[in-house]
Every structure is written in structure tokens, then in C-alpha cells.
Design a protein around this ligand. Structure first.
Ligand code: PLP
Length: 426
């Protein structure tokens, strides 16, 4: 059959109903699975046979979502976990041991910044942060002999800077490193990082994939394209005594990475997604293509409205010609730039708080990427743990508001922002 388009994949992929079976993938609310033969179960333990044995490691409902997101991204396999944070953690741990190192862009989501810059540091994994504005030479100087990967966001949270994926994948590959891309904001509906050379994709499924603010979850997707056997990744090539000397690359070939992430780290850390969350997030993905179109359309209209508003000091939205990311957005996000934008309110912090407190339709919540319009103040919320200096390096200004534009009627959204801006003048 001809390769299906993303709108069709969102609706149809991940589950095929057998004759007489439920049309909708059921929730397999079961911790365990029955077998008739002891040898068969032993083969599952040895990874010689595929199948579910315990829901800390895999589950049929979770597998439906994994297959769906892998198909959406054009990857060979996926792993759905308890949160976006768990996805980033497990993806890194799969190829990065204590004493090793990664390079990351400094405009990452605050939680990711803290995870790698502080928590992983305590476990002996170091990170060097670089800026997308640095030239290639500067970034390559940050790559050390023990560096294992480069991590970046395709559309950064909250600065909405578009990543030049081709540049960073070329830079990673000429150093024999994989590029990990957090594709939470664009989702594969608007951008597929594998098409531009990324090797591993990470999602906070909590955002647009779910889309209704019901479930926290994360997904790792493997492109299957990175060659782990070129010398830098004994983590995947060498024999693992825990599986009787199995080498992941020899046993699983292109799926070595995503298999190890599951059979070592999800198994040991217990962070698989729950079946109920997988069911809800899968339901969300069914309308994702429609929603991303509306989010993008509404956000562009809001951005155009705010850009000419006298109470707005600055605004970033990749589809505004004034955005520093405009050219990259034309290349990587031609269908739309999703629903998130950031803006600076005139008059500093107090006016910014007044604006947020005056919103009526848009709510102040610690969330982004669902059907409702939201506002948040990154400096005092999502990026609060960063020092003032690191906040500024990450582009977080005290008067920055992050808006997540929903799918409500655009006239109602604009009217709400307008009345709150009028009240923001102190
Ligand atoms: N990556 C990005 C871009 C995010 O915005 C977030 C959360 O806001 C995460 C990762 C972490 O995801 P979660 O909150 O699902 O753990």
C-alpha cells in the first residue's frame, strides 16, 4: 500500500482490529500475562522471543500508542514512559554512563535543563550547554572524547526558537554522535526530525499528543538510522552479563537502542506508561492533525494582533517575519508553527503579573499544548530553578509571558488578551 499521510496515520496506525474484536484498542488493565509453557516464558526472559510478560516492561495498550507514535515519526520503534522527563532521562541513560558527557542547547525546557545540568551531574553525567548562535567550531570544541550525544529541542520551550536540524545532525554525525531531538512542540504533524537527520526523538506526550490535559506521559522514538557499531558505543555493542552476554547491536540490529532502553532501563526504573494514560493519549493523537492546524492558525493570528499592540514590548512566534527563526520556520515548519508563543509585556514584572491575573478565558496553569488557551510566567514558574544568569542565557526575561493558544474561536481569544492587556498598565 502507498505510504500513508500523517493525518491518516494519526487516526489509523497502532492497532488493527481482528475479526469480531473491539474496534477501539481496549485498555489491557493487567499487570501480567498467562503462558502455558515454562520454556516459552524463559525465552521471553532471555529476549529470544517477543511478547508481554509483565506490565512494568511492556503492555498491549501501551504498545498501541508506541506503534502509533513510531509510525507518525517514521521511526522503527518507540517506548512510551511515565513522563516527558522519564523519556529524556531514559534516552540519555541508554548510551551515557557515569563519567560520560553530553552536549545540549541552552534553550531547553527548564525541567530538562535541571535534569541534565543538575540531577544527572550528581550521577556523574556531565553536560556542556551551547547556544545555537555559536559557530560550528565553538560547538565542536564542547564535544569531548567521552561525549555521547547532542540534545536539542526542535521548537524550544518557551523561546520558540526553531532548530536547524540539518546543521546539528551534520555536526553530530561528523563526530560520530547521534542527535536527540525533543519534538514536543511541533509534533510529527508539523515536523519530522528524522527527515532532516535526527536519530532519536523524544516527546512530552503530556502536551499536544494528549492534547486535552488529562495524562502525563513521554515517548522515545528510534529512527533506526544511527550506526552504533563505529566504536563510541560499547553500551550497545558489548556483551551484557545481565542477559547472558547478549550484545544489543548483534541481537537486535537497528532496534538496539530502543530495545535496550526498554529491557534495561524501563525494566529497572519502573517508568513504563500506564495502560489508562496510553489509552487517553492514543485517543488524543487521533485528532492531532486537525488540532495542530487550528492551534497554528490561531497562534499566528494572536501573534499578529500582539505584534501591533501598544502594551507589547516584544514578541516571538516563528511565523512572524520579524522572528529570528522565520527563515528556519519556513524550511522546517511550513505547515504551521504550533500554538505556543512568547511575548514581553511593557512595564516590567508588575505589569506582566497584572496582565496574567486579568485573563479570563485564558487560564494560568502549568501546562502547554492542550485545546484550551493558557498563560504562564516562565521566570517565576517553569524556569524558576535556573539562576538569573542562566535564565537570561536561556532567553527567559522577567517580563516574558508564554501563551499556549488553544482551539477556541479566535475572536474570543483575542478579546480576552486585549482586555487583560488594557488592565496591565499600572
Ligand atoms: N520537553 C518539553 C519541550 C517540555 O515542554 C516538557 C514539559 O513541559 C518536557 C519535555 C517534560 O515533559 P513532562 O512534563 O511530560 O515530564
Amino acid at each position: 500500500m502507498k505510504k500513508q499521510k500523517i493525518d491518516t496515520i494519526c487516526v489509523q496506525a497502532g492497532y488493527e482490529a481482528k475479526n469480531g474484536a473491539p474496534r477501539i484498542a481496549p485498555i489491557a488493565q493487567s499487570t501480567t500475562y498467562k503462558y502455558d509453557n515454562a520454556d516459552e516464558l524463559a525465552e521471553l526472559f532471555d529476549l529470544k522471543k517477543e511478547g508481554h510478560m509483565y506490565s512494568r516492561i511492556s503492555n498491549p495498550t501501551v504498545a498501541v500508542l508506541e506503534n502509533k507514535v513510531a509510525a507518525m515519526e517514521g521511526g522503527i520503534g518507540a517506548l512510551a514512559v511515565s513522563a516527558g522527563q522519564a523519556a529524556t532521562l531514559l534516552a540519555i541513560l541508554t548510551i551515557c554512563n557515569c563519567g560520560e558527557h553530553l552536549v545540549a542547547l541552552n534553550n531547553l525546557y527548564g525541567g530538562t535543563f535541571t535534569l541534565i545540568g543538575s540531577t544527572l551531574k550528581k550521577f556523574g553525567i556531565e553536560t556542556t550547554f551551547v547556544s545555537a548562535e555559536d559557530d560550528d567550531e565553538t560547538i565542536e570544541r564542547a564535544i569531548l572524547p567521552n561525549t555521547k550525544l547532542i540534545l536539542a529541542e526542535s521548537l524550544s520551550n518557551p523561546g520558540v526558537e526553531v532548530l536547524d536540524i540539518e546543521r546539528f545532525s551534520a555536526l553530530a554525525h561528523r563526530n560520530d554522535l547521534p542527535l536527540f531531538v525533543d519534538n514536543t512542540f511541533p509534533t510529527p504533524v508539523l515536523l519530522k526530525p528524522f527527515d532532516y537527520g535526527a536519530d532519536i526523538v523524544i516527546h512530552s506526550a503530556t502536551k499536544y499528543l494528549d492534547g486535552h490535559a488529562t495524562s502525563v506521559g513521554g515517548v522515545i522514538v528510534d529512527s533506526g538510522n544511527f550506526d552504533w557499531t563505529r566504536g563510541k558505543f560499547p553500551h550497545l555493542t558489548e556483551e551484557d552479563p545481565n542477559y547472558h552476554g547478549l550484545s544489543y547491536t548483534k541481537a537486535f540490529g537497528k532496534s538496539a537502542f530502543i530495545t535496550k532502553a526498554r529491557v534495561v532501563f524501563v525494566r529497572d526504573l519502573g517508568t513504563l506508561m500506564t495502560p489508562f494514560n496510553a489509552f487517553l493519549i492514543n485517543l488524543g493523537t487521533e485528532t492531532l492533525a486537525l488540532r495542530m492546524e487550528r492551534h497554528s492558525e490561531n497562534a499566528l493570528k494572536v501573534a499578529q494582533f500582539l505584534e501591533q499592540h501598544p502594551q507589547i514590548e516584544w514578541i516571538h512566534y516563528p511565523h512572524l517575519p520579524s522572528s529570528p527563526s522565520y527563515a528556519l520556520a519556513q524550511k522546517y515548519l511550513p505547515k504551521g508553527a504550533a500554538g505556543v508563543l512568547s511575548a514581553g509585556i511593557k512595564g516590567g514584572l508588575e505589569n506582566t503579573k497584572k496582565f496574567i491575573n486579568s485573563l479570563k478565558l485564558a487560564s494560568l496553569v502549568v501546562h502547554v499544548g492542550d485545546i484550551r488557551t493558557h498563560a504562564l510566567h516562565p521566570a517565576s514558574m517553569t524556569h524558576r530553578q535556573l539562576s538569573a544568569e542562566d535564565q537570561l542565557k536561556a532567553g527567559i526575561k522577567p517580563n516574558m509571558v508564554r501563551l499556549s493558544i488553544g482551539i477556541e474561536d479566535i475572536e474570543d481569544i483575542v478579546a480576552d488578551l486585549d482586555q487583560a492587556l488594557q488592565k496591565s498598565v499600572i
